[in-house]
Ligand binder design. Structure first.
Ligand SMILES: Nc1ncnc2c1ncn2[C@@H]1O[C@H](COP(=O)(O)OP(=O)(O)O)[C@@H](O)[C@H]1O
Ligand SMILES: [Mg+2]
Length: 150
């Protein structure tokens, strides 16, 4: 499925719409070049999950965890600068298997061996400076349910 968004506001709204469908235990993988809008989408998701803090790209810290609605947590990863995936494997294993945590990952390819097959993959392509195309792919029953409801 492909979703077209015409500006930043619509990208944030897409993140909020996705947030409304999440129950905890889901993994969302964001694919796209620098500036595609991965962090912007994550900000919309965080807002929709009731995160009060300002969400920034965790490129330097690699991971950030936020308190969200209903006792859930949002774990936001950015592996752009990660050289050695080994140092993150344990934390990531715990996070993705925690039913109270929603995990969203930028630049996930370096840890692809650790990710569950049932994840939602969102690939962002920028046809113009302000529009974005989001290609939605699901890889199992949990992510399929979300993709179909989007
Ligand atoms: N429709 C859009 N959706 C998301 N970002 C957009 C859009 N149009 C323009 N932008 C701009 O593109 C940039 C995306 O940055 P960011 O979300 O940090 O990308 P990434 O995390 O993929 O590197 C921001 O400067 C944002 O304002
Ligand atoms: Mg980013």
């Amino acid at each position: 499925m492909i979703i077209e968004v015409k500006d930043v506001r619509e990208m944030l709204a897409f993140g909020k719409r996705l947030a409304a469908l999440l129950k905890g235990g889901e993994v969302v993988e964001l694919i796209g070049d620098v500036g595609a809008g991965k962090t912007t989408l994550a900000k919309g998701l965080a807002a929709g999950l009731g995160v009060n803090e300002d969400v920034q790209s965790p490129s330097f810290t690699i991971s950030r965890v936020y308190d969200a609605r209903d006792g859930l947590q949002l774990a936001h990863y950015d592996f752009y600068r990660l050289q050695d995936p080994g140092i993150m494997t344990n934390e990531l294993q715990e996070t993705i298997h925690d039913p109270q945590t929603i995990t969203i990952i930028e630049w996930a390819s370096i840890v692809s061996g650790v990710l569950p097959s049932d994840r939602l993959t969102l690939s962002i392509v920028p046809p113009t400076e302000s529009t974005r195309r989001i290609i939605v792919e699901s890889h199992g029953p949990k992510s399929k349910r979300i993709a179909e409801a989007l």
